[in-house]
Design a protein around this ligand. Structure first.
Ligand code: FAD
Length: 494
């Protein structure tokens, strides 16, 4: 008989084959999940990692944004002039090793002198030019993203981690309030992966939400899609920019009236004012909308020189967008890709220097800096940062480079309320602002979560009952930057 409520369909119960039994299953092979899986594997846990893509690394792999805060993450790293110490502690252990191996995996690695190699391996001190990526305008982002995926795979193989690619994590297997594994969707149908501990590293707390753990959401997610163009004559473009620096008042007034979300009166095209006459022409010919309102958000785009003949950058969003709504996310994927194609067509038709340009690559992964995250036993917050809060179960110190304030990121941020058998790491466990989600933090976060999961398995305890001192002791022994020496002594860790 048909159900009276036509808005639901009952899913019939069915038997699902158990494809794997493991100690630890990691959902999501992004930045944090990859390091978590390697850490769990190295600490003796039989580990499986699952990703919906065929390429590992999340935002740093198929997302093509490798680098970012990793510039500052090397131990004893100074700025280019060796005048300011940017980072004293490094990230420790697997995170540092991963970073170094990406640098050694570059095509030009054979040119690294033995002395530089020694510095990178031992002290990491101010090895200028040997940071990962170096901003959206560098080829480093693109090149390192591909190497990151390869290095991650290699390190997972060495740690005995089973990788399940092109497999989508669906519901957790629940026994009461305990997560006992995951259902996954594969080309062979639905499978069950049974495990003692699941780590949610999906970047959006998918598993925590489906398990019924409390989650929170930020509504200004600041999404971005990477692209690059070939066949660009950047010198010719720069020449054009320098000859058109001053936008005329009429075009500026048009931009203020027409472009949604203009950042300032003086700069309505956000750095592209020199293009305004061309942007306006294409807009009025209905060929290209430089900035577009899509639903509740605004899509924009930027371009920089990458290397000889190559330019690129990323799209961005302003405004509120509900990225936990699948229909909206899908719409955003479509619109960001469309925006890049139209932008590339516009540049080729209208802008000097781009006459022979073409799209080289668009990342397969539209990333979102903010969105859904777990409301754990503790949830990191701006207030933690502003009050420089400390916790006895500190995993690492978050350093806010803008405010120069520090606060602890404690173990309890990885532990869900109410639900057992589950840890979250990476962006699934922290909010977007302030910058808890910076890559260097995500690597340290994943590292701690993987070791914690293996400890829970070894000691047969739930994550909430783990003796955190044991975890901290391992991290300290691995040279991870848990806290200042003085505090370590106070915590009985030194
Ligand atoms: C556009 C953009 C620019 C950024 N720029 C910087 C920067 O310059 N510096 C910086 O430090 N940080 C930057 N960040 C932030 C940083 O990239 C993120 O905080 C980081 O990627 C979070 O790591 P993660 O491992 O938690 O998530 P992700 O890297 O997003 O990885 C999540 C993984 O989970 C997988 N996944 C998700 N759901 C499922 C599922 N159901 N089944 C299977 N797999 C699943 C995904 O495929 C992905 O591989 C940027 C982020 C974005 C979006």
């Amino acid at each position: 008989m048909a159900d009276a409520d036509q808005s639901y369909v009952d899913e019939p119960g069915k038997r699902v084959p158990v494809a794997y039994e493991a100690d630890v299953v990691v959902a999501g092979a992004g930045i944090a999940g990859t390091i978590a899986a390697i850490a769990a594997g190295r600490h003796g846990a039989k580990t499986i990692i699952v990703d919906r893509f065929g390429q590992i690394g999340g935002n740093m792999g198929p997302g093509m944004f490798a680098g970012g805060s990793l510039h500052f993450a090397l131990k004893n790293q100074s700025d280019a002039d060796d005048t300011e110490l940017l980072n004293r502690t490094g990230m420790g252990s697997i995170a540092d090793e991963f970073h170094r191996r990406v640098i050694f995996g570059r095509p030009n690695a054979d040119r690294i002198t033995p002395e530089v190699r020694r510095q990178l391996e031992q002290t990491h001190h101010n090895v200028s030019g040997y940071t990962m990526g170096s901003g959206g305008g560098s080829p480093g982002y693109l090149v390192d993203s591909q190497i990151s995926s390869a290095v991650a795979l290699e390190m997972m193989d060495e740690a005995g981690v089973e990788t399940l690619m092109s497999v989508y994590v669906s519901d957790p297997i629940m026994v009461g309030h305990r997560v006992c594994g995951l259902f996954v969707e594969t080309i062979s149908g639905r499978w069950a992966l049974r495990s003692k501990i699941v780590i949610d590293a999906t970047g959006q707390a998918d598993v925590a939400m489906r398990a019924g753990a409390p989650v929170l959401q930020q509504m200004v997610p600041n999404m971005g899609l990477w692209y690059s163009l070939g066949g660009v004559d950047w010198d010719r473009y720069e020449q054009f920019c320098s000859e058109n620096e001053q936008a005329n008042e009429d075009d500026l007034a048009w931009a203020r009236r027409t472009l949604p979300g203009a950042r300032s009166e003086a700069d309505p095209a956000a750095g592209d004012n020199h293009l305004l006459p061309l942007i306006r022409k294409a807009w009025e010919a209905n060929e290209f909308k430089y900035k577009r309102q899509v639903g509740t958000g605004i899509i924009h785009i930027a371009i920089r020189r990458i290397t000889d003949g190559m330019a690129g950058g990323r799209t961005g969003t302003a405004g509120e967008i509900d990225v936990a709504d699948a229909k909206i996310y899908s719409q955003m994927e479509r619109e960001h890709r469309g925006h890049i194609y139209q932008w590339a067509r516009f540049l080729r038709k209208y802008v000097p220097g781009f006459e022979d340009s073409y799209i080289l690559v668009v990342a397969p992964f539209l990333g979102s800096r903010g969105g859904r995250y777990m409301d754990g036993v503790h949830t990191a917050s701006r207030e933690d940062m502003e009050t420089e809060r400390q916790f006895d179960d500190v995993l690492y110190e978050y350093n806010d480079r803008r405010s120069q304030k520090n606060c602890d990121v404690p173990y309890r941020t990885l532990v869900p309320q109410r639900i057992d058998g589950l840890l979250a790491c990476g962006r699934s466990s922290v909010p977007y602002g302030p910058n808890f989600r910076m890559r260097s933090n995500m690597l340290m976060n994943g590292q701690a979560a993987g070791i914690a999961a293996s400890l829970c398995v070894n000691e047969n305890v739930e994550p909430r009952d783990l003796d955190v001192r044991k975890l901290q002791k391992i991290l300290v022994d691995l040279d991870c930057p848990v806290a200042e020496d003085e505090r370590l002594v106070g915590l009985g860790l030194k």
